[in-house]
Design a protein around this ligand. Structure first.
Ligand code: CTP
Ligand code: CA
Length: 229
């Protein structure tokens, strides 16, 4: 469904979405990353565009083409992603679908690390990356987007872990997915939406379909909030 400019339930709403993995350099040829393909985040950006929103897509390195019409920021590291998110504010809603690397090399080497022939293993020290979702949730009212949606990638005790994560991060909704199968990189997804009211299991579907359903939910929510004002 294609809508003209200005049409759609999210017309006039600004939304940002993070997507993909981050790459954290170890040296000029190596990095720390994860299996995120960026498919689900890109599909959500496209679905929000189709609802008429003004969409900023902030993505780590992926092979996914950006949906035409998004404002695109391509980043590599978690710290770059945080800066791009902050630069995209203010927004009405922010969706954090990226699989941000939790750790980076404490100091990336400017030279390629070499084997010295003795079998010695490099002593790679890690630092924790900033938590982008948590940082944005903690912004003061007015600066904090009215709706913040996190994702929770879990391999076990999915609902329990995601419920705790929602509270820890301070986001409004969390979309939990079980990544123990081939979800990362795959075309389908089965998610559970947890908001302040309860837990909703959504049926397994194509990532595009999950995206449309989420965009629809966001449109419902923002319309209800506007009606309250
Ligand atoms: N996230 C983020 N910045 C980070 C880590 C995570 O913005 N440095 C966001 C993700 O985009 C996602 C949510 O936080 O929306 C949860 O990510 P997840 O990796 O599931 O949770 P963590 O808090 O990192 O916990 P853990 O990986 O230990 O389960
Ligand atoms: Ca993590």
């Amino acid at each position: 469904r294609l809508l003209g400019k200005g049409a759609g339930r999210l017309a006039g709403k600004r939304v940002l979405i993070t997507s993909g993995p981050t790459h954290e350099p170890i040296d000029p040829v190596r990095y720390i990353a994860n299996r995120s393909s960026g498919k689900q985040g890109t599909a959500i950006a496209a679905a929000l565009l189709a609802e008429g929103a003004e969409v900023t897509l902030i993505t780590g390195p992926t092979a996914e083409p950006a949906p035409p019409g998004v404002k695109l920021a391509r980043v590599e590291t978690a710290r770059e992603m945080l800066a791009a998110v902050e630069a995209a504010l203010p927004v009405d809603a922010a969706i954090f679908a990226a699989a941000v690397a939790d750790w980076r090399a404490a100091e990336a080497s400017v030279r390629k690390l070499k084997k010295d022939g003795s079998g010695a293993i490099p002593d790679l020290k890690l630092s924790e990356n900033p938590d982008i979702l948590r940082t944005i949730c903690a912004l003061p009212p007015g600066k904090r987007p009215a709706l913040v949606v996190g994702f929770a990638a879990e391999t076990n005790d999915v609902v329990e872990n995601a419920t705790a994560k929602r509270a820890r991060k301070g986001c409004d909704w969390i979309v939990a997915n079980d990544v123990s199968g081939d979800v990362m990189g795959g075309a389908r997804n089965r998610v559970t939406l947890i908001d302040g009211k309860g837990v909703e299991d959504w049926p397994e579907a194509a990532k595009d379909e999950v995206a449309r359903r989420l965009a629809n939910r966001i449109a419902d929510h923002l319309a209800a909030e506007t009606a309250k004002c």
